[in-house]
Each structure stands twice: as C-alpha cells, then as structure tokens.
Design a protein around this ligand. Structure first.
Ligand code: AMP
Ligand code: MN
Ligand code: MN
Length: 322
C-alpha cells in the first residue's frame, strides 16, 4: 500500500530533494544517491543531501562527491531515506519544512514522521527498497545504479552474513551483479580497509574492553580520539567485532564526541533486542544493531546505558532470530 503510494508520489513530483542520515553508512548514501539516479532517468530533477562529513571509504561510491549538506534550490517534494526520525537528517531539509515528505526506511523504530511513510523492517537495507522502486517505476539497472544498491545491501548485511539474508535477497544480489556491480570490490571497500590510525584506536579500545552480566563494552574518550588523529570514530565497526565475544549477548561502544555528547553503538546476538534500548534513549535501529546519541558526561551515560543493556541481556525477546 505505502509502496504503491511512494511510487505514485515520486511519479507526480518534478523537483525532488533527497536526504539521508548523519553519520552516514553505505546504505544511507547508496539509497539516497541511487534514488536520485532513478528519478533523473525519469526526466526529473533530483539532488541528494547528507548533513555530515562522508567517511573516506564511502567517498568512492558513484556520485558521492556531488552530495550537498543542506538543500538549496526549489523543490516540490522531500524524500528521507534510511532515517528513523527527523533529527537523524540534521539540517538537510532546512527551509523546506512546508514541502510534503516521503519517508522511506527499514528501521523497525521508525516513528512515521513523513507525510507518506513507507517503512519495511523486513527489508535488509533501504537500498533494497530502492531496488523495488526502480522495478515499480520501470527503470532498468545500469552499472552505477547496481553498484550503489549492492553497496547498501552488502553494507547493512555485513557482507551478506546477517540472518535476514534470504534466497530472495541473494537473487537480487545476482541481478545487481549481472547489471555490472562488483561484489568483491564493494566488500573490499566496505570491510577490508582501515587506516593505521583507525587500527591503533581500535586496538586501544579493545584493550579497555569490559564484560559484565552478558554485556561486553568499551569506551573511546575524546583524548583517545585526539591522540589517534581521528576526528570521527564512528566508522570503526568495533561493536560488530565485540559482539563476536563468545560470552556476550550484547555489545556496546561508547564514543565521546567533541561536543561532550556520547555516541552509543549497540549490537545483540539473535534473540536479543537493542533497538528497544536505543529507542528508549532517543535513538533507534534494528533489534540486532542500533544506536543513540546521548547528552554527556560520559561517566553518567555509561552506567545508565549499562543498566538498561544488562536488563536486555537477561530477557530473550521472542526467541526468533531478528
Ligand atoms: P551503527 O552502530 O552506527 O552501525 O548503527 C547501527 C544501527 O543503528 C543503524 O541502523 C543506524 O541507523 C542506527 N542508529 C545509530 N545511531 C542512531 C541514532 N543516534 N539514532 C537512531 N538510529 C541510530
Ligand atoms: Mn544507515
Ligand atoms: Mn539501513
């Protein structure tokens, strides 16, 4: 139903501003840029925005260098991609608040902030939903579009390794590869590259790891970041690594930002739910992978979150793999 509405509202629009979430990941950028390519193929004007710096690894995605931070120009529709609440868009849509907003996302915690909301928690990535849209709109895949959409799917499934990767997803991957996307190149860019500075910070954070009541966690302070020379530390994939700890059911990484707020990156084993904890602290995500941004200081945030995480690590949710 809302997939149908999404197609219709996109067909009717002529000048479209597309935005994705701050601290962008591969799914965020690829779904936003991918949708603009689809709309341009239909003869429309479409521009992508992300109100944040792009991690170096994502600057190699097709058309990533054309992304603006804040929408400027004249538009008749806003589209939000991969963002579960409007604060995740930063100032991308500043000044365009009166325009209708199409909200396309796959986070179970999406608060439905659009004029039209198309939210599919069963989709492995927002990029997968954009692939469905391309099909609905009759736009054929080309190598650039296929690479972008595969980047989103590969990024959010950790290289096609998460439990939600079904035969249908793999058939979509085959289509994208046949259209010209390189799975090997994307896996290499998204997962096999880390700067020496990032590696050292990763090691230092790993050395400080703690474990209590099924929760494994570590802290990255401002001082650690400054010493490493890394301005942003949200591209380390450290929480995904920590959840591999045999004894843990939940993993958390607390990163102190320059403004004192604390970024919390959460992971859970199948059957446990960190999306609910993240939502309770103003964030969001998926049951096995979620996050939130909490006002500091660090010393106050860590114990508050740990109490909630330890409770979540006690209760199996519904026993089903998310
Ligand atoms: P990350 O730990 O950064 O890889 O994020 C894991 C998941 O949680 C992704 O789906 C993010 O979109 C989501 N997420 C992370 N931080 C936030 C936040 N502050 N608010 C809402 N969702 C978030
Ligand atoms: Mn994302
Ligand atoms: Mn996503």
């Amino acid at each position: 139903m809302s997939r149908e509405q999404a197609r219709r509202v996109l067909e009717q629009a002529q000048r479209i501003a597309v935005a994705t979430h701050i601290a962008p990941d591969a799914d965020a950028l690829s779904s936003a840029i991918g949708l603009t390519l689809i709309l341009r193929r239909l003869g429309k004007e479409a521009v992508a925005f992300c109100d944040d710096d792009l991690p170096p690894r994502l600057k190699t995605l097709p058309h990533a260098d054309e992304i603006g931070r804040t929408a400027h120009g004249s538009f008749d529709l806003r589209v939000s991609l991969d963002a579960s609440d409007p604060s995740r868009l930063g100032q991308a849509f500043r000044g365009l608040e009166s325009l209708p907003l199409l909200n396309i996302d796959h986070h179970v915690t999406n608060i439905g902030f659009g004029t039209i909301n198309w939210v599919e928690p069963a989709a492995v990535a927002t990029a997968e939903m954009v692939l469905w849209l391309a099909d609905d709109l009759g736009v054929a895949l080309d190598p650039e579009l296929a690479s972008l959409l595969l980047a989103g799917i590969v990024g959010d499934t950790l290289g096609l390794r998460t439990p939600n990767v079904t035969p249908q997803v793999l058939r979509e991957v085959v289509r994208l590869m046949e259209a010209g996307a390189s799975l090997a190149a994307l896996v290499d860019t998204l997962f096999n590259r880390r700067s020496l500075a990032a590696l050292r910070l990763f090691g230092q954070a790993l050395a400080g790891v703690q474990m209590e009541d099924g929760v494994v966690w570590t802290v990255i302070t401002r001082e650690m970041r400054a010493a490493s020379g890394l301005h942003h530390a949200n591209d380390l994939s450290l929480s995904s690594f920590l959840i591999g700890t045999e004894e843990a059911r939940i993993a958390a990484v607390f990163t102190e930002r320059d403004d004192g707020q604390v970024e919390v990156s959460l992971r859970a084993r199948p059957g446990y739910d960190v999306a609910r904890v993240a939502l309770a602290f103003g964030g969001g995500g998926h049951p096995p992978a979620a996050g939130c941004l909490v006002p500091g200081p660090l010393e106050a945030v860590v114990p508050r979150l740990l109490a909630a995480l330890k409770a979540a690590a006690q209760g199996e949710t519904d026993g089903k793999a998310p």
